[in-house]
Ligand binder design. Structure first.
Ligand code: 13P
Length: 255
């Protein structure tokens, strides 16, 4: 049985006062009943903006894991504005998002860059969440699976499978991110199935254990049906993760 995960990607949002309020409200919600009151307790993960990483670690309840939204592939050096996986590990930050579609589309991150970052995370003992997903044009051209598999295989060919002992893959169709247009449960399941099958082609045992997250306009209304799909083990949530009540409701939707 795979333990479900609900992860919040705060992107470039937040402030000290936002964090204080979110932390206090989340602690209250978890103490009250908590997502742990259900049959399966989802792991909770928050990816705040880089300046808020240490604050988030100290303020959010200890059962909530913290991750960065991006890393550089090198350990250290003259890379102004960047941060390394080793720095995260040193600060007790155990997770990192790699290859988010906004990194790919807005900052020119290639599949090769993404593979190097996954390797860097593994080297530092930081668990990576590899994001993959097709654009609407690619989907309309019938190329969704091909694009997603190319993104996945580019990493697996270089980084191997070891990082997936703790790491995860998040399927985030670009056309569903921040648009309010969610993939249907069938569409999402189909792509998660493609991803798990590709992993199984390399290591069937590992593939059965790896958590695959869906991201793209997840909200309290659609979460339960999405998370009910056989290969969807939780969500990577953007906008709704900025509102405690919605984040907790989504966590409770994990069956
Ligand atoms: P939204 O939930 O706002 O669509 O964002 C999804 C996302 O990009 C999470 O990484």
């Amino acid at each position: 049985m795979r333990v479900s995960v609900v992860a919040g990607n705060w992107k470039m949002h937040g402030s000290v006062s936002f964090l204080e309020e979110f932390a206090s409200d989340l602690a209250g919600a978890l103490a009250h009943a908590g997502p742990n009151s259900g049959s399966v307790a989802p792991e909770l993960l928050i990816f705040p903006a880089a300046p808020h990483l240490a604050l988030a670690r100290s303020m959010l309840p200890p059962e909530v894991a913290i991750g960065a939204q991006n890393i550089h592939a090198e350990t250290q050096g003259a890379f102004t504005g960047e941060l390394s996986a080793e720095m995260l590990d040193d600060m007790g930050i155990g997770w990192v998002l790699v290859g988010h579609s906004e990194r790919r589309a807005l900052f020119g991150e290639t599949n090769a860059d993404t593979a190097a970052k996954v390797q860097a995370a593994e080297r530092a003992g930081v668990a990576a969440v590899l994001c993959v997903g097709e654009t609407i044009d690619e989907r309309r051209a019938g190329r969704a699976a091909e694009v997603v598999l190319a993104q996945l295989n580019a990493v697996l060919d270089v980084a191997g499978l070891g990082w997936l002992e703790r790491g995860m893959v998040a399927y985030e169709p670009v056309w569903a991110i921040g648009t309010g247009e969610t993939a249907t449960p069938d569409q999402a399941q189909e792509m998660h199935g493609v991803i798990r099958q590709a992993l199984a082609g390399r290591d069937a045992d590992l593939a059965s254990k790896v958590r695959l997250l869906y991201g793209g306009s997840v909200n309290p209304e659609n979460a339960a049906e999405l998370f009910g799909q056989v290969d969807i083990d939780g969500g990577l949530v953007g906008g709704a993760a900025l509102v405690v009540e919605k984040f907790v409701a989504i966590a409770r939707a994990v069956g």
